[in-house]
Design a protein around this ligand. Structure first.
Ligand code: ACO
Length: 383
């Protein structure tokens, strides 16, 4: 006889509350679906605070004072360099390997060289320091791996630049314009945290066994990679590129919907009336496209967005506009998802630390649907 709890089955864990958290709230002020980081609405954070302030908020619980931000920036900048052994390893990875796979390896290698690698897994302060180093180092690792994949030498970080500008500098070897750095910084803030999405859940499950923070982030990177989650920003670009011409967009989406295709960059498990991050980023995409004098991708995106919402009731999620923004910034498509990861590491880390501070092992049950219990026959009697 199965117990009552075994009878409750939630495919994909939809609607299941498995944790309490003080980090992100997706209820919104009207219970309509919104997003707030530690009580601050995403609409108020985006464009008003830097990614560094957002990361501080997530890791330390509140927005920094000017003095706290100064010190935090100092610590991030001092931690940006990655070990030479990691750069050497990245040079040996076959060029065909996806950058999300090299990033997963990079986080694992960074663990070995972390100065507090032997600290107890539940040492809160050591975990915050490790998280800060990961925020700084993952950006450097993504840029270095991208350059190596292009056959170029990695570029050392530039201490006088902020996190977003420094990343673009390490990627391209030139200082970005203020507008480019600002737009990129905004995307990092929007990507920084999102409650119990699949990758954050994976990180918390790993931490719940009393494993270490780097192991939890490795789990998260591997989980983010999939196209139903973070991998959707790369796939969103493929959709836009496949359409290619604004005049084809209307027909393309009608045909795709008639074929019952899944259109990457649309839909969300929690938001059913729209992703507030996508709304914010779309405005910035329009602005950047106007600045560079090329609205082709906006004009392709628009009818697809309209028809997905009208016919399927599926508004875009954040990955839909972020693909366009990264294209406008001249960033290569395979590192769209690694950029998501280097931003999300702040949220992942905050969750891992919260999990380790109030831990209970995560161990759900499965409903058994296999063969009935049966005797083991001697090998000669099987078949
Ligand atoms: N395109 C077309 N149809 C869709 C889409 C889509 N993007 N998303 C959902 N649907 C349809 C499904 O086909 C299904 O239809 P049916 O009931 O007729 O079979 C119905 O909506 C429900 O789909 P599920 O996959 O069960 O819904 P779920 O809540 O699991 O969906 C998900 C969430 C996985 C994000 C889904 O919307 C999807 O696959 N989107 C595309 C991938 C994507 O953009 N992922 C990024 C999410 S945001 C993030 O991770 C940052």
């Amino acid at each position: 006889m199965s117990s009552a709890s075994e009878d409750k089955f939630f495919p994909g864990l939809e609607g299941v509350i498995s944790n309490e958290t003080a980090i992100a709230d997706m209820q919104g002020t009207q219970g309509q679906g919104g997003l707030a980081f530690r009580g601050y609405a995403i609409e108020d954070l985006a464009g008003s605070v830097s990614y560094e302030e957002t990361a501080f908020l997530l890791l330390h619980g509140d927005l920094p004072t000017a003095a706290q931000l100064d010190e935090f920036n100092g610590r991030l900048r001092a931690s940006r360099a990655i070990p030479g052994a990691l750069i050497d390893l990245l040079k040996t990875v076959p060029r065909s390997i996806h950058p999300m796979d090299t990033l997963r390896t990079a986080v694992s290698v960074l663990a070995h060289f972390d100065p507090e690698v032997t600290a107890p897994v539940q040492d809160h302060d050591a975990n915050v320091r490790k998280a800060e180093r990961l925020v700084a180092q993952m950006a450097t690792a993504v840029a270095a791996a991208a350059r190596i994949a292009r056959g170029q030498e990695p570029i050392a970080p530039k201490a006088e630049l902020g996190h977003a500008a420094n990343f673009l500098y390490m990627l391209n070897g030139t200082d970005p314009t203020g507008a480019q750095a600002e737009a990129f910084d905004l995307s990092l803030t929007l990507y920084a945290e999102h409650e119990l999405n699949a990758s954050t859940f994976a990180a918390r499950v790993t931490a719940s066994t009393l494993s270490d923070i780097h192991s939890a982030i490795v789990s998260a990177v591997g989980t983010l990679k999939g196209s139903l989650h973070g991998g959707a920003n790369e796939k969103s670009w493929e959709v836009l590129e496949q359409v290619g011409d604004p005049d084809r967009a209307e027909q393309w989406i009608q045909d795709a919907l008639a074929r019952k295709e899944r259109i990457m960059g649309f839909g969300h498990r929690v938001y059913k009336t729209g992703d507030p991050r996508a709304v914010i980023l779309k405005e910035h995409c329009r602005r950047v496209a106007a600045e560079i004098g090329d609205d082709r991708w906006e004009r392709i995106a628009e009818p697809i967005e309209r028809e997905m919402t009208r016919q399927k009731g599926l508004p875009p999620n954040v990955d839909w506009p972020s693909a366009r923004l990264y294209h406008y910034l001249g960033i290569e498509v395979p590192i769209y998802t690694p950029i998501f990861a280097m931003a999300r590491v702040a949220g992942w880390s905050a969750h891992v630390i919260e999990q380790l501070d109030h831990n209970r092992l995560m161990r759900p049950r499965a409903r058994y649907v296999g063969a009935p219990h049966r005797p083991v026959k001697p090998i000669a009697e099987r078949g």
